[in-house]
Write a protein that binds this ligand. Structure first.
Ligand SMILES: [Zn+2]
Length: 271
């Protein structure tokens, strides 16, 4: 499932691929729903307006228009691509929009956990009211976040993946961040020291930024808007490495299912 780095890469590429002065000319819908019903009428009403920016909030892609955002979520397997001559619809292409220059932007999603919405600009705060802080924003108050985490009974890994506290970190990056911080994913969030939290937040920023610079991670089928696979999966220290040797201490990496998700860690490096 795409996490923060993969969605950020898609946003940056879409921002480059979409001409800012060409209005949306038309929409095509190839099924009534993806994860949720497609708001066809609301999307059609945006014809005649250009997309002035593409931004990310948590794991959402925000296409900015005059008074609205088109909000797109990639779910597990969603992707956007651009085609200059779009004549043959691909398997799992669910909708597309055409700009005034004839270019098409197509949403494809084999597993259909992705979705699309239209949100008025003034309503965006309310729509995203439940979301936690952005790990890469300079104004994020990590001292405050530490105090919130110190009060939690759940394991630190589960807390890191809680989108109501901090957004964009999923199973892959939670495992890698905790390894880099030498903190066991099984440790209760309340037992992690303030010093360890300092390391966790620093490694969160370092790892997410590095993953973005590598184009994200491709485990099964993630592809960016340019059709590229990520490269960060080659740099994993623990994720997907069960029984392989820790790169630091050479003990085998352990795996355990926690809250329904595979968790990877080195029991000798991470306490
Ligand atoms: Zn180790």
């Amino acid at each position: 499932m795409p996490e923060l780095p993969e969605v950020e890469v898609v946003c940056r590429e879409l921002s480059d691929l979409i001409p800012k002065n060409k209005s949306i000319a038309n929409w095509d819908f190839y099924r009534p729903d993806i994860r949720f019903k497609i708001p066809k009428k609301k999307l059609q009403n945006l014809c005649g307006q250009p997309i002035t920016a593409v931004r990310r909030r948590a794991k959402y892609i925000l296409f900015e228009l005059r008074e609205h955002f088109i909000v797109s979520h990639l779910g597990m397997t969603g992707s956007w691509r651009k085609e200059l001559n779009f004549s043959v619809r691909g398997k799992h292409d669910h909708l597309s929009f055409e700009l005034a220059d004839g270019s098409h932007f197509i949403f494809n999603d084999p597993r259909r956990f992705g979705f699309i919405e239209v949100v008025e600009k003034g309503e965006l705060g309310k729509r995203f009211a439940g979301l936690g802080v952005e790990p890469l924003q300079p104004e994020t108050d990590f001292e405050k976040l530490t105090s919130i985490f110190k009060a939690l009974k759940s394991p630190i890994k589960t807390a890191l993946m809680n989108q109501k506290l901090i957004v964009g970190i999923g199973n892959i990056y939670a495992s890698e961040i905790l390894y880099a911080s030498r903190v066991s994913p099984l440790k209760k969030a309340s037992k992690v020291t303030r010093e360890q939290y300092g390391l966790i937040w620093k490694n969160t920023r370092v790892i997410l930024e590095k993953a973005i610079s590598k184009g994200g991670s491709t485990i099964e089928n993630y592809k960016s808007a340019m059709g590229e696979s990520g490269g960060y999966q080659d740099e994993f220290f623990v994720y997907g490495r069960e029984q392989e040797l820790c790169r630091i201490c050479h003990n085998p990496i352990k795996m355990k299912v926690m809250a329904g998700r595979s968790t990877f860690w080195c029991a000798s490096c991470q306490k």
